[in-house]
Design a protein around this ligand. Structure first.
Ligand code: GLC
Length: 737
């Protein structure tokens, strides 16, 4: 039976701190302290920024009651906090705004005022521990009206530009700082392997090296050192682990892989994020071979915290603890399972009184140890101190006017340009002349909501003028020599002869998470098909701009199109699309996902032996011979397999190291398998994944695995291994088999 948890009394912070200090002295000596002058506000060690963080954490922990500690492990939705004073009464350490949580009026000023009000309440507790406030700023500060909305991750993956992604992270951090909010539930470092998954657009790409390379977003958000400047915000690597690898692309489903495959495909991005000092990791709702990540002590404590050496804190996903027993709501047993697996902070997010009562009961019963509670607190408080929350708890209003700034929108427009992937360009119809007579159609030509997608002014996003920005049509008109030469009708009504081209901006309407799963087909919707039919009937050449969160099943319609530009979900700066359409910026984007010939190929990934419509890495530019329609016939005659293997040491320790080897098909035909050999030079391979090893006379040979042997011309894959002995980049020999 859990004892009820009465709210702890509240006292002005400094008076309480003095009392606590005095009581400590009395406790030690039994005598009233000497009549000393009142210590300064920073008299207590944990309040002294000149002390090492570890010392401050230790001192603060020693002063905390169990209620204080359990409150730090609790994260609640802002809108569930009634009354606001409960934040102090229950010592709650973190607040979040979930996808639909907002303020009114929705602007940066109101968000900052809301944050500061909550923070002042938190600071009113006896120890004055500041709260940390989390939000999903996953493609800009997307909850805030007027903020810059950047391309979703799938488009950023197409840029192949990690430095740009780091700059975007910094811009997002500055806009968050302007509202006070100090913790971003981003980046998603998911490796989307099945495009039917509703969160495919949150992935930078289908191969681990691409999300790994984009972990620069962590450094953009946090800075080189967390808290080094006022705009530094805490980053979150999510969702650990295998969220993008579920069978059938089912959101929150089951990832059925061997450990070697899980490590090879889904762990590298988290290794890189940890290497970059990511402050928090959010667990995945999904399961690995039937066991929920939130209950997986081996993955969370042994691998993430132990093997990878992650020293930040682990946060659960939204009400994910509730799912562990398959029943609705949460129980003490579920809380214990998650906390003992390694969850340090629980995103409850609503019933905090029940949560704290149950959590306290589990600790009192010894099912959650005091050591586990202290470890969780140590991790959380370390990040709060490093972030500077004790010294700078309130909004830095110097950043508030920068929300949605021209400078940030310029970065977003650059990202939109670089994310465009030109998939087809028959006859070099693109770039369009700026004096062309154009007919623009399609539901996403003049719709900020569609071009921004999910997680935009609401969890699911929505169509329409949801925030300030430039639509693709507005961009086209702004770039044209004479805007009156640009006719627009959403449905294509009124088109006739005489137009240079018809630009059809079509694709998907916004969605998020499981609501975006597409198990029953990935084709265009009926409105788009009707619009395309009208355009086709006119005989005007059709250029399609596809606004979508993933590759769509368009092989049937493709022959009717002169050109196809994958725009992904560009966000508020639609003029980045017109920059490419008119050639102010030649397209440079490369596919981050293999593009299916049909939905029946899903999951389809580079190197799996299937023949796609467009391969991973495909992307045309201007001034090159445009590819003919993809040949539906079998691939050209294979030529003797040529390949290269490139070593990269991803981690090293005294006496050993981990390496990743990228294998590239440098021949002109597909490979059905490959072998990579090298001299071991005295080292011995201790574990290996994504291939099979043989060693003879001091030489190692790795043969391709079943799932990565087939490589189309130009395609790459990788295998990894750990070894004892000296690191090095040995000369390798690669041959097709
Ligand atoms: C959601 C998502 C997660 C997000 C969290 C808070 O369900 O899975 O990505 O950070 O809840 O909004």
């Amino acid at each position: 039976m859990s004892q009820s948890l009465a709210p702890a009394p509240r006292r002005p912070a400094i008076v309480a701190a003095l009392c606590a200090a005095a009581l400590t002295v009395i406790g030690l000596t039994g005598a009233a302290p000497p009549a000393e002058p009142a210590p300064s506000a920073a008299a207590l060690p944990y309040q002294d920024p000149t002390l090492p963080v570890a010392d401050r954490v230790g001192d603060l922990l020693s002063r905390m009651s169990l209620d204080d500690k359990l409150g730090q492990m609790t994260q609640i939705e802002k809108d569930s906090l009634v009354p606001q004073s409960d934040l102090a009464a229950y010592r709650i350490g973190s607040v979040l705004s979930g996808g639909d949580s907002t303020v009114s009026p929705n602007n940066a000023q109101t968000w900052a005022d809301t944050y500061d009000s909550l923070q002042r309440t938190a600071l009113g507790t006896s120890l004055g521990i500041p709260l940390i406030y989390g939000i999903d700023a996953v493609h800009g500060h997307n909850a805030v009206r007027g903020a810059t909305i950047f391309p979703h991750n799938i488009g950023l993956g197409a840029t192949r530009d990690p430095a740009l992604v780091q700059r975007i992270g910094r811009a997002v951090a500055e806009e968050m700082a302007g509202t006070g909010i100090d913790w971003d539930f981003a980046p998603c470092l998911c490796v989307a392997r099945d495009d039917r998954w509703g969160r495919t657009y949150e992935s930078f790409g289908e191969k681990p090296e691409l999300p790994t390379s984009m972990a620069t977003f962590v450094t953009g958000l946090q800075g080189a050192t967390l808290g080094a400047d006022p705009a530094s915000v805490l980053a979150t690597a999510k969702h650990y682990i295998g969220d993008g690898g579920t069978t059938g692309g089912v959101d929150q489903g089951n990832t059925q892989l061997t450990e070697a495959e899980l490590r090879a495909l889904h762990l590298p991005p988290f290794q890189e994020a940890v290497r970059r000092g990511v402050g928090s990791v959010m667990l995945s709702y999904s399961s690995w071979n039937g066991v929920r990540s939130h209950a997986h002590k081996y993955l969370v404590t042994d691998v993430l915290k132990g093997e990878l050496g992650f020293t930040g804190f682990v946060v659960s996903d939204w009400a994910a603890v509730d799912q562990l027993d398959g029943q609705s709501g949460f129980t003490g047993a579920e809380i214990t399972t998650a906390v003992n697996a390694g969850v340090d902070m629980v995103m409850v997010p609503y019933d905090y009184k029940k949560f704290l009562t149950l959590l306290r009961g589990e600790v009192s019963a010894g099912r959650i140890s005091q050591a586990r509670v202290d470890d969780a607190n140590r991790r959380i408080l370390t990040k709060k101190f490093q972030l500077g929350l004790f010294e700078r708890p309130l909004t830095d209003r110097s950043y508030t006017s920068g929300v949605g700034s021209a400078a940030h929108r310029a970065i977003a427009r650059e990202a939109v340009r670089e994310s465009q992937v030109l998939l087809k360009n028959d006859g070099g119809i693109l770039p369009l002349p700026k004096g062309a007579k154009l007919f623009v159609a399609g539901k996403s030509a003049d719709d900020i909501g569609n071009q921004s997608g999910g997680w935009t002014l609401g969890w699911q996003g929505r169509s329409g003028p949801v925030t300030e920005g430039t639509t693709i049509l507005q961009g086209i008109r702004a770039a044209a020599n004479d805007p009156s030469q640009v006719t627009y009708d959403r449905y294509g009504n009124g088109i006739g002869a005489g137009y240079t081209a018809a630009v059809a901006v079509i694709g998907e309407t916004p969605y998020a998470e499981g609501r975006g799963d597409r198990p029953n087909g990935m084709g265009l919707d009926q409105e788009d098909l009707s619009t395309l039919a009208r355009l086709k009937a006119s005989g005007v050449p059709v250029v399609v701009v596809l606004v979508s969160g993933r590759p769509l099943d368009i092989a049937t319609q493709l022959p009717d199109w002169k050109a196809l530009l994958a725009a992904w979900l560009p966000g508020t700066e639609g003029n980045g699309v017109s920059d490419v359409l008119f050639g102010d910026h030649a397209p440079t984007g490369k596919l981050p996902m293999t593009w299916m010939r049909g939905a029946s190929q899903q999951p389809i990934n580079d190197g799996d032996g299937q023949t796609p419509l467009f391969p991973y890495g495909h992307g045309l530019t201007y001034g090159t011979t445009p590819d003919p329609d993809p040949d539906p016939d079998p691939d050209p005659e294979p030529v003797p397999g040529a390949c290269t293997a490139q070593f990269r040491t991803v981690a090293s320790w005294s006496g050993g190291y981990q390496a990743e080897v990228t294998v590239k098909n440098t021949g002109t035909g597909p490979l059905t398998g490959w072998n990579v050999a090298w001299d071991l030079g005295g080292s011995t391979v201790s574990s290996l994944w994504n291939g099979s090893l043989t060693v003879s006379a001091g030489r190692a040979t790795v043969h391709s695995a079943a799932h990565n042997g087939a490589l189309s011309a130009g395609a790459t894959t990788s295998f990894g291994f750990t070894a004892n002995g000296p690191t090095g980049t040995p000369a390798t020999h690669c041959a097709g088999s």
